[in-house]
Ligand binder design. Structure first.
Ligand SMILES: [Zn+2]
Length: 254
């Protein structure tokens, strides 16, 4: 059977809507997005009548259409992003894919490569899932060293606990009352001077909770160039593909 399609022009775009007819359909149902918008209805209703019924839903149809277009664009972008590089301590590493060797990922850091090997077909989602695991492992290995290094600058009555996890909006945060410092596992992508800077920043919150004058005095004692480091950090925000951190510090607004 041929597909029945009507076109409705909304905001200068001819939006195709497929008509699916069923004997047991009641009324008209609109579904789908983008170029896959369709209505289900009965066998005995004319195209002209369908167009008429849909008239009050022009805004809705347009937004469904745009939603689909955006989703498609996003999918394409995801595919395009599969080239590919990953960053470890500020160094670009080529991602090398090897199929059919089990779901393992092993970094070959000496060659500026990260090898991802897995059985499944590679796509944006499974590659980035593996990379996430990789960064978590790296973070668990290296961030405690950065932590100890900066911790030696502070005299703490209670040793703060270090937690590491992927975070969407923060490089790190500090809960002074516990005390716990949480660091974003994706920090390991940054150059080491920036990792040190962020870890120091979070530890400084054990002394001063807020981003006030006293807080920045502590920071500037060790990092007189902190404004330069802030700018540099902003430039590095691209390494966070799906979790974008715009400003640092991002834990609280200044
Ligand atoms: Zn802060």
């Amino acid at each position: 059977m041929l597909n029945e399609v009507i076109f409705i022009k909304i905001k200068g775009v001819e939006i195709p809507i497929e008509i699916k007819r069923f004997d047991n359909s009641r009324g008209l149902r609109l579904m789908g997005t983008g170029y896959n918008i369709r209505v289900t209805t009965t066998r005995f209703i004319s195209k002209t009548k369908i167009k008429e019924i849909l008239k009050p839903y022009r805004e809705k149809i347009h937004s469904l259409f745009m939603l689909g277009i955006q989703e498609e664009r996003l999918e394409q972008e995801k595919k395009d992003n599969l080239e590919l590089y990953a960053y470890v301590e500020g160094f670009q590493h080529e991602l090398v894919y090897k199929k059919y060797q089990g779901p393992v990922i092993s970094p070959v850091l000496g060659n500026r490569q990260i090898i991802i090997s897995m059985k499944e077909e590679l796509n944006y989602d499974n590659v980035y899932k593996e990379l996430d695991k990789f960064y978590t492992n790296m973070a668990k290995r290296y961030l405690p060293l950065y932590f100890e290094n900066s911790l030696s600058c502070f005299s703490c009555q209670t040793q703060p606990e270090l937690r590491i996890k992927k975070m969407l909006r923060q490089w790190g945060n500090c809960k002074k009352s516990v005390p716990v410092i949480t660091l974003n596992s994706h920090l390991v992508k940054l150059p080491s001077e920036l990792i040190n800077y962020i870890v120091f920043h979070e530890l400084a919150h054990l002394v001063e909770a807020n981003h006030g004058k006293e807080f920045y005095e502590i920071i500037e004692k060790r990092y007189p160039n902190r404004k330069k480091l802030d700018k540099k950090l902003k430039l590095w925000s691209f390494v966070l593909k799906d979790n974008y951190i715009e400003e640092y510090p991002g834990e609280k607004s200044d």
